[in-house]
Design a protein around this ligand. Structure first.
Ligand code: ZN
Length: 244
Protein backbone atom coordinates (compact mmCIF):
# COMPACT_ATOMS: atom_id res chain seq x y z
CA UNK A 1 0.00 0.00 0.00
CA UNK A 2 1.95 2.96 -1.05
CA UNK A 3 0.67 5.71 1.03
CA UNK A 4 4.16 5.36 2.32
CA UNK A 5 7.37 6.05 0.56
CA UNK A 6 10.94 6.86 1.30
CA UNK A 7 11.24 10.54 0.56
CA UNK A 8 14.99 10.73 0.37
CA UNK A 9 15.34 7.74 -1.86
CA UNK A 10 12.49 8.87 -4.07
CA UNK A 11 14.00 12.33 -4.36
CA UNK A 12 17.44 10.94 -5.13
CA UNK A 13 15.94 8.71 -7.79
CA UNK A 14 14.10 11.49 -9.57
CA UNK A 15 16.84 13.06 -11.69
CA UNK A 16 17.82 9.65 -12.99
CA UNK A 17 14.33 8.94 -14.27
CA UNK A 18 14.98 11.53 -16.94
CA UNK A 19 17.99 9.76 -18.38
CA UNK A 20 17.76 7.35 -21.26
CA UNK A 21 17.09 3.64 -21.21
CA UNK A 22 19.77 1.05 -20.70
CA UNK A 23 20.93 -1.73 -18.43
CA UNK A 24 17.43 -3.19 -18.41
CA UNK A 25 18.55 -6.62 -19.51
CA UNK A 26 20.29 -7.31 -16.22
CA UNK A 27 16.99 -6.93 -14.40
CA UNK A 28 15.59 -10.13 -15.78
CA UNK A 29 12.47 -11.28 -17.54
CA UNK A 30 8.98 -11.27 -16.09
CA UNK A 31 9.55 -14.93 -15.28
CA UNK A 32 12.70 -14.06 -13.33
CA UNK A 33 10.84 -11.35 -11.47
CA UNK A 34 8.04 -13.75 -10.54
CA UNK A 35 10.55 -16.37 -9.41
CA UNK A 36 12.32 -13.79 -7.26
CA UNK A 37 9.00 -12.71 -5.80
CA UNK A 38 8.25 -16.30 -4.80
CA UNK A 39 11.63 -16.54 -3.07
CA UNK A 40 11.21 -13.15 -1.46
CA UNK A 41 7.75 -14.00 -0.20
CA UNK A 42 9.05 -17.22 1.39
CA UNK A 43 11.85 -15.33 3.11
CA UNK A 44 9.48 -12.68 4.43
CA UNK A 45 7.07 -15.33 5.69
CA UNK A 46 9.92 -17.06 7.50
CA UNK A 47 10.97 -13.77 9.13
CA UNK A 48 7.45 -12.71 10.06
CA UNK A 49 5.00 -13.71 12.72
CA UNK A 50 2.11 -15.17 10.75
CA UNK A 51 -1.24 -15.10 12.51
CA UNK A 52 -4.37 -17.08 11.66
CA UNK A 53 -6.44 -14.99 14.05
CA UNK A 54 -8.01 -13.01 11.19
CA UNK A 55 -8.56 -15.90 8.77
CA UNK A 56 -12.33 -16.14 9.06
CA UNK A 57 -12.71 -12.37 8.75
CA UNK A 58 -10.35 -12.37 5.76
CA UNK A 59 -12.47 -15.06 4.09
CA UNK A 60 -15.54 -12.84 4.44
CA UNK A 61 -13.69 -9.78 3.15
CA UNK A 62 -12.22 -11.61 0.15
CA UNK A 63 -15.49 -13.15 -0.98
CA UNK A 64 -16.17 -12.22 -4.61
CA UNK A 65 -12.76 -10.65 -5.24
CA UNK A 66 -10.68 -12.09 -8.11
CA UNK A 67 -8.70 -15.17 -7.13
CA UNK A 68 -6.46 -15.47 -10.16
CA UNK A 69 -4.94 -12.43 -11.81
CA UNK A 70 -2.36 -12.20 -14.56
CA UNK A 71 -2.15 -16.00 -14.42
CA UNK A 72 -1.18 -15.99 -10.72
CA UNK A 73 -3.33 -17.49 -7.99
CA UNK A 74 -3.51 -15.05 -5.11
CA UNK A 75 -2.45 -16.35 -1.72
CA UNK A 76 -2.99 -14.41 1.48
CA UNK A 77 -1.39 -14.35 4.89
CA UNK A 78 -1.62 -11.92 7.79
CA UNK A 79 1.53 -10.72 9.55
CA UNK A 80 1.23 -9.83 13.21
CA UNK A 81 2.77 -6.35 13.34
CA UNK A 82 2.10 -2.82 14.54
CA UNK A 83 2.71 -1.36 11.09
CA UNK A 84 -0.29 -0.53 8.93
CA UNK A 85 0.67 -2.00 5.63
CA UNK A 86 -0.29 -4.47 2.96
CA UNK A 87 1.60 -5.55 -0.11
CA UNK A 88 1.29 -7.78 -3.13
CA UNK A 89 3.99 -9.37 -5.22
CA UNK A 90 3.83 -10.34 -8.90
CA UNK A 91 3.59 -14.05 -8.01
CA UNK A 92 0.26 -13.42 -6.25
CA UNK A 93 1.67 -13.25 -2.71
CA UNK A 94 -0.58 -10.84 -0.79
CA UNK A 95 0.33 -10.00 2.78
CA UNK A 96 -1.77 -7.90 5.13
CA UNK A 97 -0.44 -6.50 8.41
CA UNK A 98 -2.59 -7.09 11.46
CA UNK A 99 -2.63 -3.40 12.47
CA UNK A 100 -4.39 -2.65 9.21
CA UNK A 101 -7.09 -5.18 10.04
CA UNK A 102 -7.38 -3.75 13.55
CA UNK A 103 -7.89 -0.21 12.32
CA UNK A 104 -9.92 -0.62 9.13
CA UNK A 105 -13.46 -1.93 8.73
CA UNK A 106 -14.24 -4.76 6.29
CA UNK A 107 -15.15 -2.47 3.39
CA UNK A 108 -11.92 -0.53 3.82
CA UNK A 109 -9.79 -3.69 3.96
CA UNK A 110 -11.62 -4.95 0.87
CA UNK A 111 -10.76 -1.73 -0.95
CA UNK A 112 -7.10 -2.12 0.06
CA UNK A 113 -7.10 -5.73 -1.18
CA UNK A 114 -8.64 -4.52 -4.45
CA UNK A 115 -5.78 -2.03 -4.72
CA UNK A 116 -3.15 -4.72 -4.07
CA UNK A 117 -4.79 -7.10 -6.54
CA UNK A 118 -4.68 -4.21 -9.01
CA UNK A 119 -0.88 -4.04 -8.71
CA UNK A 120 -0.65 -7.73 -9.63
CA UNK A 121 -3.31 -7.63 -12.34
CA UNK A 122 -1.78 -4.58 -14.00
CA UNK A 123 1.75 -6.04 -13.73
CA UNK A 124 3.04 -3.01 -11.90
CA UNK A 125 6.11 -4.69 -10.41
CA UNK A 126 7.22 -5.75 -13.84
CA UNK A 127 6.70 -2.24 -15.15
CA UNK A 128 8.47 -0.78 -12.17
CA UNK A 129 11.63 -2.84 -12.62
CA UNK A 130 11.74 -1.95 -16.28
CA UNK A 131 11.76 1.77 -15.63
CA UNK A 132 14.78 3.84 -14.83
CA UNK A 133 13.14 4.64 -11.55
CA UNK A 134 13.55 1.03 -10.59
CA UNK A 135 17.16 1.05 -11.63
CA UNK A 136 17.82 4.28 -9.79
CA UNK A 137 16.70 2.81 -6.49
CA UNK A 138 19.85 0.79 -6.58
CA UNK A 139 21.33 -1.52 -4.04
CA UNK A 140 21.59 0.99 -1.20
CA UNK A 141 17.82 1.22 -0.96
CA UNK A 142 17.41 -2.50 -1.38
CA UNK A 143 20.06 -3.12 1.25
CA UNK A 144 18.43 -0.66 3.62
CA UNK A 145 15.15 -2.49 3.57
CA UNK A 146 16.96 -5.81 3.42
CA UNK A 147 18.79 -5.10 6.65
CA UNK A 148 15.64 -3.84 8.35
CA UNK A 149 14.01 -7.15 7.56
CA UNK A 150 17.12 -9.21 8.08
CA UNK A 151 17.22 -10.16 4.44
CA UNK A 152 20.69 -8.89 3.66
CA UNK A 153 23.29 -10.96 1.91
CA UNK A 154 21.02 -12.82 -0.47
CA UNK A 155 23.45 -11.94 -3.23
CA UNK A 156 20.62 -11.32 -5.65
CA UNK A 157 19.94 -7.75 -6.66
CA UNK A 158 16.65 -8.71 -8.26
CA UNK A 159 15.52 -10.52 -5.14
CA UNK A 160 16.41 -7.54 -2.95
CA UNK A 161 14.66 -5.18 -5.29
CA UNK A 162 11.47 -7.23 -5.54
CA UNK A 163 11.34 -7.36 -1.75
CA UNK A 164 12.12 -3.71 -1.32
CA UNK A 165 9.53 -2.60 -3.85
CA UNK A 166 6.79 -4.69 -2.31
CA UNK A 167 7.37 -3.69 1.27
CA UNK A 168 8.03 -0.04 0.74
CA UNK A 169 5.35 0.17 -1.92
CA UNK A 170 7.80 2.09 -4.00
CA UNK A 171 5.44 2.62 -6.90
CA UNK A 172 5.02 5.83 -8.78
CA UNK A 173 2.00 8.01 -8.16
CA UNK A 174 0.68 6.99 -11.58
CA UNK A 175 0.79 3.29 -10.71
CA UNK A 176 -0.75 3.94 -7.29
CA UNK A 177 -3.62 5.80 -8.91
CA UNK A 178 -4.07 2.99 -11.45
CA UNK A 179 -4.31 0.47 -8.60
CA UNK A 180 -6.80 2.72 -6.77
CA UNK A 181 -8.89 2.93 -9.94
CA UNK A 182 -8.77 -0.84 -10.42
CA UNK A 183 -10.15 -1.31 -6.91
CA UNK A 184 -12.79 1.41 -7.27
CA UNK A 185 -14.03 0.00 -10.59
CA UNK A 186 -14.15 -3.50 -9.13
CA UNK A 187 -16.15 -2.34 -6.11
CA UNK A 188 -18.53 -0.07 -8.04
CA UNK A 189 -19.92 -3.19 -9.72
CA UNK A 190 -20.88 -4.73 -6.40
CA UNK A 191 -24.06 -4.33 -4.40
CA UNK A 192 -23.83 -1.04 -2.48
CA UNK A 193 -21.05 -0.20 -4.94
CA UNK A 194 -20.84 3.48 -4.06
CA UNK A 195 -20.29 2.82 -0.37
CA UNK A 196 -17.83 0.02 -1.10
CA UNK A 197 -15.79 2.11 -3.55
CA UNK A 198 -15.70 5.13 -1.24
CA UNK A 199 -14.14 2.86 1.39
CA UNK A 200 -10.96 3.20 -0.70
CA UNK A 201 -10.90 6.91 0.17
CA UNK A 202 -11.57 6.37 3.87
CA UNK A 203 -8.93 3.62 3.99
CA UNK A 204 -6.38 6.02 2.50
CA UNK A 205 -7.37 8.67 5.04
CA UNK A 206 -6.99 6.32 7.98
CA UNK A 207 -3.67 4.91 6.81
CA UNK A 208 -2.20 8.36 6.23
CA UNK A 209 -3.34 9.76 9.57
CA UNK A 210 -3.08 6.73 11.83
CA UNK A 211 -0.29 4.86 10.10
CA UNK A 212 2.48 7.00 11.50
CA UNK A 213 3.39 5.19 14.64
CA UNK A 214 6.72 4.55 16.22
CA UNK A 215 7.86 1.34 14.60
CA UNK A 216 10.94 1.31 12.44
CA UNK A 217 9.03 0.90 9.19
CA UNK A 218 6.70 3.74 10.08
CA UNK A 219 9.63 6.01 10.89
CA UNK A 220 11.20 5.16 7.57
CA UNK A 221 8.04 5.65 5.57
CA UNK A 222 6.25 8.86 6.31
CA UNK A 223 2.91 10.03 5.07
CA UNK A 224 2.87 10.38 1.31
CA UNK A 225 2.21 13.96 0.19
CA UNK A 226 0.12 12.75 -2.72
CA UNK A 227 -2.43 10.96 -0.57
CA UNK A 228 -4.86 13.90 -0.67
CA UNK A 229 -4.75 13.78 -4.46
CA UNK A 230 -5.43 10.05 -4.45
CA UNK A 231 -8.40 10.50 -2.14
CA UNK A 232 -9.82 13.18 -4.43
CA UNK A 233 -9.28 10.96 -7.47
CA UNK A 234 -11.23 8.13 -5.80
CA UNK A 235 -14.10 10.44 -4.83
CA UNK A 236 -14.22 12.01 -8.29
CA UNK A 237 -14.22 8.60 -9.97
CA UNK A 238 -17.07 7.36 -7.80
CA UNK A 239 -19.04 10.54 -8.50
CA UNK A 240 -18.43 10.33 -12.26
CA UNK A 241 -19.61 6.71 -12.32
CA UNK A 242 -23.12 7.78 -11.34
CA UNK A 243 -23.39 4.70 -9.10
CA UNK A 244 -25.53 5.32 -6.02
ZN1 ZN B 1 -0.05 0.44 -3.92
Amino acid sequence: MSVKTVFLIAAAALPLTLTGCGSMESLGSEQDIIASATQSCQKLDAKSQITTRYDSRMRVIRQGLPEVVNGQTLNYKVYQTKDMNAFAMPNGCVRVYSALLDRLNNDEVRAVLGHEIGHVALRHSVQQYRTNNGVALGMSAANAIGSVLGLGGTGSELLERVTYSAISAQYSQRLETEADNYSVDLLLHEKNGRQKALAMASALRKISTEGQGSTMLQKMFGDHPDTAERIKNVEDRVKASGVR
